[in-house]
Design a protein around this ligand. Structure first.
Ligand code: 5GP
Length: 212
């Protein structure tokens, strides 16, 4: 079994990160979703502890002060952060922990945690991204403008990531991410002793090392 690792997905607002993440999690019960903390107000239908841990600014600042966040950032108009303990406990157990976070947070993790895998999700075109932002109807016109402007800035950082996935369709984007995970699990560096793993599979059987 490969060692646990962090899988970080970023991409501009409207790239479809939320939908792609949801489908990825539905299809793969072995991947562990890290629920972030945010000071943003919940959208209709969002559940505390499921979509996010919703916190006040004071509560958030307290978590920062106590060093409880692996990374945090001010995104658009609110604070968002990743609870540290949960992430490291799961990695320790050998799990793949999935983070859906913005570019600033991803860069903080890249500094501290070299083993993580970074994927950048792109919209097929910027016009498509604008359309998606308008159609989902969850932000005010002003918020849409902020998010659209930020999208262009975020694209400057795609070079910092290991992989990019273009979200033409959700199924294809999820399949691309699953392929990345499959490849990452086969990285030699994610295994302590491959010879031992192979031998363990042969347990009880005579190993034939004779030359044919
Ligand atoms: P939304 O408000 O649409 O749920 O999320 C806004 C942005 O915050 C998205 O780009 C999302 O990836 C990012 N985000 C969500 N959770 C975290 C987090 O824990 N840390 C950071 N840095 N960004 C986050």
């Amino acid at each position: 079994m490969s060692a646990g690792f962090l899988l970080v997905l970023s991409g501009p607002s409207g790239s479809g990160k939320g939908t792609v993440s949801e489908r990825l999690m539905e299809k793969n019960d072995k991947i562990i979703y890290s629920t972030s903390v945010t000071t943003r107000t919940p959208r209709p239908g969002e559940v505390n502890g499921e979509n996010y841990f919703f916190a006040t600014i004071d509560e958030f600042e307290e978590m920062v002060k106590k060093g409880e966040l692996l990374e945090y950032a001010f995104v658009h108009t609110n604070y968002y952060g990743t609870p540290k303990k949960f992430v490291f406990d799961e990695i320790e157990k050998g799990e793949i922990v999935f983070l859906e976070i913005d570019v600033q947070g991803a860069l903080q993790i890249k500094e501290k945690y070299k083993e993580a895998v970074f994927i950048f999700l792109l919209p097929p075109t910027m016009d498509e991204l604008k359309d998606r932002l308008i159609k989902r109807d969850t932000e005010t016109q002003e918020e849409i403008n902020t998010r659209f402007k930020n999208a262009f800035k975020e694209l400057d950082f795609v070079g910092e990531y290991d992989y990019f996935v273009v979200n033409e369709t959700v199924d294809q984007a999820v399949a691309d991410i699953e392929n990345i995970i499959a490849a990452e699990k086969l990285r030699v560096k994610r295994h302590k002793d491959i010879k031992k793993e192979v031998m363990a599979e042969k347990k009880g059987e005579e190993i034939d090392n004779s030359i044919i």
